[in-house]
Design a protein around this ligand. Sequence first.
Ligand code: FES
Ligand code: ZN
Ligand code: ZN
Length: 306
Amino acid sequence: MKCRLCGKKPVIYMPHHRLALCREHFDSWFLKHLERTVKEFRMFSKDDGILVAVSGGKDSLALWDALLRLGYRADGFYLDLGIGDYSKRSREAVERFAGERGAKLIIRSLSEELGGIPLLVERTGRESCSVCGSVKRYFFNKVAKDHRYAVVVTGHNLDDEASSLLGNLLSWNLKYLGRKHPVLPQEGGFVRKAKPLCRFTEKETALYCLLRGIDYVEEECPFSEGATSIFYKEILNRIEERSPGTKMRFYLEYVRKVLPLFGQDSKESLGRCRVCGEPSPSEVCTFCSLRERVLNFIGTGRSSTG
Ligand code: FES
Ligand code: ZN
Ligand code: ZN
């Protein structure tokens, strides 16, 4: 096999694109493919202030790096979730990345403001991923608005999007299915959100990091062990092995053909949280009710060091 563009030894073969590329051409393909995705879905422009939600993992750091190289005004936001060594290492990776590039990085610490994820899970009895999802959503939106960014971007890749689509389809979760678009507009107190890596597999983002010398945290969040999403990814990978291109088609054809059928009906009409003023389907938003529960817990004298 040879690089399609120059005939040199390839570093990757992407069966879903029927494309083999050498190191140099993979790098330029990655940037071009990213820019095409941003334009095709009208995610943002070079004039927009972009807040990249970075976790320290390969996807978000690859995304931030590539956006900077393409000349976008991309700053980073890291939310320290207080998950022991995992958070410590990922925070270091993000700080190192930003320092090396002189890029602007905003950091907030969940442990300082409310209590880390393990503590919140213990005190609310809710599942870690759902608590984590709620606090991330809250902070991404709040920080982007407070600092006047036009859009928040996350590093969700094709494997993430296809597996969560599969999960939502299996339970016919219409609320989430109706919001599976790679870009969600600014509305009802939410800033615009985009997933520019939605057409890249995790193998591609990992290779991009490797070739660019980006030092990312390889370990997954300890709470993700045994997660259903990982199981769905494995299933989709098996299907992909048998018929390359299925994963991409599954996701993109859903976005193109099925999502438009949802129309306006799928949009939740949200009120405002009476405590913090952020958009919320209930009187008090999830974040504020988490906070109330943590404070009540401390109020009953059952405080722990968590
Ligand atoms: Fe959110 Fe692991 S990153 S629970
Ligand atoms: Zn080449
Ligand atoms: Zn609130």
